[in-house]
Design a protein around this ligand. Sequence first.
Ligand SMILES: [Zn+2]
Length: 317
Amino acid sequence: MFRTKYFLNPETLLFEKVRLPLRVKIRNGIICVVALLGIAAGGRLLLDKKFDSPRIKYFTERNAELRGTYEQLNDSINAAEMLLADIQLRDDEMYRSVFDMKPIPSSVREAGFGGSENYEGMLFSHNEKIVSNTARKLEKLSTKARIQSKSLEDLYVKAREQQAFISHKPSIQPLSPGDRYWLTSTFGYRRDPFTGAKRMHAGLDMAGNVGLKVYATGDGVVTIARLSLYGYGREIELDHGFGYATRYGHLSKILVTKGEKVKRGQLIGELGSTGRSTGPHLHYEVRYHHKPLNPLYYFYENLSANEFDKITAQVNN
Ligand SMILES: [Zn+2]
């Protein structure tokens, strides 16, 4: 690299090689190495600026992929949030109001979502921000979903209760509208047919032929099935729960036993004239928390003979 230098030797008159001292040789060597390293580093720097190294290229691509994945994830969460919001709206506006339940206040639905404190420590670059936002959204979504799920569970319980209430509450007449019967005495004060004194009549008297079928007017349990020698003669009492009870008096036959569970429309006895009775009839009572009510108000379902038969056929096959 260094060109060899010559000088004219005055003694020999010949050109001879200049001999450099060792110190100078070492210095030249070091300069040479440093220069080479400098050129190599400069070249690398230039190359890196113009073309990414394979490692950098790999990570840049992975980074872009991950960001894409997070963006997709965010879109999915947004879609799920919209779906949930729709369910919440239906829950508050329709389902809960059907059962007279108040809407869930937004303070409860949004419970615990003030800021992003939990993730603040994680924020040190743009990418971490995306990750923490996604994590926060997901946590918010799952909490909202938990609240919604609890609400639907409450609704389910309420619906079952309501269903049980509907099937237990006395709401049909105890005789089939297809059978011939007529009302001989209504609910309220009347002259006692035996003494002539004014007395409260706590039920409805439905006269018809002996042997006419008598049906349970709601689901319940038989609490009384006996022949009392006075008053109602052969009588049945049903406990329907929810505070309701019914009594069927003056029967000729009792077809159920105490403790038996009965369904609405189930055949429980036959019309008769036992006990304190002036002629064949059914004495029918409806009581709510022991207080007698007018049974006519509990023939809710204004059933035709056909419809009545359908109900009784279901439970008496
Ligand atoms: Zn009566």
